[in-house]
Design a protein around this ligand. Sequence first.
Ligand code: HEM
Length: 125
Amino acid sequence: MADAAFEGPALVTEEMVRALVDLFYTRAHADPLLGPFFAAAIPDWPEHLEVVGAFWSRVLRGTEGYRGCVMGAHGRLRMKPAHFDRWLALFEGSAKQTLPPEGAAQAMAVAHALDERLRRFAVQG
Ligand code: HEM
């Protein structure tokens, strides 16, 4: 039987994903630009945290819990470039603080790719 250690340990754990999501939303809540935006847009916080956690767990750990559509989820929101700039800054700081460097780099690669697509399709004015 192959020694799992030779395949390398799982880089990012479920606990790290939870820590990332918790830290990001703690900061987003406290942020003067994003706080009110999220408060107005999200009716069910526990559910939102679970969905977003499942998304990042899929990205970082290959789990299969997330079945949503990120582009679709943002389509009706009225977001401006400043929202994206702040989102990325808070997310990057949170990722670097909660994930190992390779995990943070992977998370940022996905965040930047989605940022580019979301800005093109979802930014209003
Ligand atoms: C740029 C990278 C971004 C990523 C990777 C991202 C990721 C996600 C994910 C995974 C979800 C859950 C989707 C689902 O329900 O299936 C979500 C929902 C949401 N995001 Fe983002 N997001 C980004 C940018 C933003 C920005 C800039 C804002 C606003 C300032 C924002 C506000 C929201 C809101 C309000 C929801 C809830 C939508 C709903 O449930 O109707 N997101 N996001």
